[in-house]
Design a protein around this ligand. Structure first.
Ligand code: IPE
Ligand code: IPE
Ligand code: MG
Length: 224
């Protein structure tokens, strides 16, 4: 049985769910937050150590301003409401992505990271304004600037996922088979599951079904 330390999730399908059930994409984003809470809870129960959630890509800035504002307001009020609860659950929150948001949100994100920085049960990496290509370009630039050798170890020091082991398992909900600029370097050997359900429909049972399959895969890493 494969050990499972790190799960990464592309939480896709909120907009379609919202349009189908509530006639608004934003209602889907709100519903998606319930799934986030369920999956956090289940990850703790399963003793998973790292959960990386793709919440906003560098490409998502191309969306209508109204939707972008809704998403960041939702995140802001979620953190204000729940950071204490997350902290009590011994969860460490880390933002992966460049913090170029409103002054208020930047401050809330920094405070949330600081408050939970010593927690040990589960590390949640929230990918916000994250894009794998710019992450890699910046990492290569830093390696060059510091005049150190270009190798995996040195590159890893400048990735946003520094000190985080690579994901064992990547799940994308929403019935789309693509990576959308997510962790391209880090998922070199991850097991990938594309899930038909939209993110707000995804639940603990679906999560466990995928994990069960993951546990039984023969992971070769190039060996036989
Ligand atoms: C994913 O859901 C969440 C974010 C990108 C913030 P989408 O909003 O992409 O939902 P669909 O894919 O349009 O249904
Ligand atoms: C990927 O979903 C980004 C997040 C889930 C945050 P998108 O819905 O933005 O991906 P594309 O644009 O369909 O590839
Ligand atoms: Mg989408």
């Amino acid at each position: 049985m494969n050990p499972l330390r790190h799960v990464a999730i592309i939480m896709d399908g909120n907009g379609r769910w919202g349009l189908k059930h509530k006639k608004s994409r934003n209602a889907g984003h709100r519903a998606g937050l319930n799934t986030v809470e369920k999956i956090i809870k289940e990850s703790i129960r399963l003793k998973i150590k790292y959960l990386t959630l793709y919440a906003f890509s560098t490409e998502n800035w191309k969306r209508p301003k109204k939707e972008i504002n809704f998403l960041f307001n939702l995140l802001e009020s979620f953190l204000v409401d729940k950071i204490e609860v997350l902290h009590k659950q011994n969860i460490k929150l880390k933002i992966i992505g460049y913090k170029k948001f409103s002054k208020k949100l930047n401050k809330i994100l920094n405070l949330s990271e600081k408050k939970t920085s010593k927690n040990k049960t589960l590390q949640i990496n929230l990918a916000l304004n994250y894009g794998s290509k710019s992450e890699l370009i910046n990492a290569f630039k830093s390696v060059q600037k510091n005049k150190i050798g270009i190798n995996e170890k040195n590159l890893g020091k400048y990735l946003l996922t520094k000190n985080i082991p690579d994901p064992d398992l990547l799940i994308r909900t929403g019935n789309t088979k693509r990576l959308s600029n997510f962790l391209l370097w880090q998922i070199a050997y991850s097991e990938i599951f594309f899930e038909k359900k939209l993110w707000p429909e995804f639940n603990q049972k679906d999560y466990n079904r995928i994990i069960k399959k993951f546990k039984n895969i023969k992971r070769n890493f190039g060996k036989i």
